[in-house]
Design a protein around this ligand. Sequence first.
Ligand code: SF4
Length: 439
Amino acid sequence: MNVYDSDRVRTALIRRGWLEASEDDAEIVVFTGCSVRGHAERKVWSELGRYEPGWRKNKRPYVALTGCIAQSLGDKVFARYPWVRLISGPRHIGLLPDALTRVMENGSRVNLLDEDPSEFCDLDEYSQARGNVYRAYVTIAHGCDNFCSYCIVPYVRGRFISRRPESILNEITSLVKSGAKEITLLGQNVNSYGSDFQKHAPDLADYDFATLLRAVARAEGVELVRFVTSLPQDFTEKIVDVMVSEPNVAPSLNLPIQSGSDRILKLMNRKYTRQDYIEKVRMIRSRIPDIGLASDLIVGFPGETEQDFEDSMSVLSELRFDLLHSAAYSERAGTPASAMPGALPQDTRMERLNRVNALQDSITLSINQSLVGRRYRLLVDSSNGRLLQGRTPTDKVTLLENSSEDAGIIGQFVDVEITEGKSWCLKGRVINVKEEART
Ligand code: SF4
């Protein structure tokens, strides 16, 4: 989401005649940051501190802090760092280009923190100037109303609001015209897309995520569609129907479980049980056997016992995710979990994280090794400097071993055979470049 927001702000500024500059030459540096984990917050404080010498010498560069990290830190950033001239919450993104211009004109300080969590001022801009030409993100809904007890998102990104489908589809048309072939739909919980239409867009009362996904898959020029993130209780069989029937919807899914213990899931205010989750995965795998399934897991939640933790370990062994985004619980001020009793020492959290990672690495490695010899059609979207790379439809990073002679295939879909499975990626070789890649 931050990449997407940054790309749109960059596009809007370039359209107004601004130039992107190296940090040494920049007159203003715009940060967009995430506040979901404490680590990110500490990093932002230290990043902002780096501008002190330049400020002392030349009163430049100005610094702007945007995104949910700005909303989370609030105006104490102004008090600490005089070179920060603008802070803006994510729901004021539409005002940023004018506000940044104002800062540059007279050095004034601008505070665009979000005061009303239901208000949203969007930026009418698509991400033309984006990091990757061939892959593009599109936010379909803002904010979140789920209030999981550990999560800061509902406080810093505000109430859930779905974008109208025609606005999303128009944006996708622009993205395709500017070279995008793969579209990733974004939301804190994409599955609840449209659940708010009844309230503020009654003409769309029956429009849901499955309907949108099908419309995006059928939009002209869209070759592959992904979406993230899905909340288990809202992920429906109707969405699976679309994944099965629309060939360009990627067979991959991020379905965060967060814990394998019912007691902890309840404390987390997740509205499903371990068994609900397992049954949902069975339903999905029965319809899409080769699905690439990723999940998120938090260890060391307040009050997590060794048994609760073992329940998380056992669910990993039972479900064998392709990929796991694991994290040690990190207190976020203002969330209910941060005031819960039973906070675990950091070394216990880290020790559990290490055990989870070791288990998951072995699972991922054995799954990836079993894929040797399989063939996938994938978009070659970038180079890591030495090797070209892409992602399988199941969302596994794949490095292409014989790609040096095929540098011209960046931006093309090619057929690839997997030659090696590692715990963090696959290696493969191009076996056939589609006709159009050569013309
Ligand atoms: S659904 Fe996701 S974004 Fe929303 S509160 Fe829960 S963890 Fe946070």
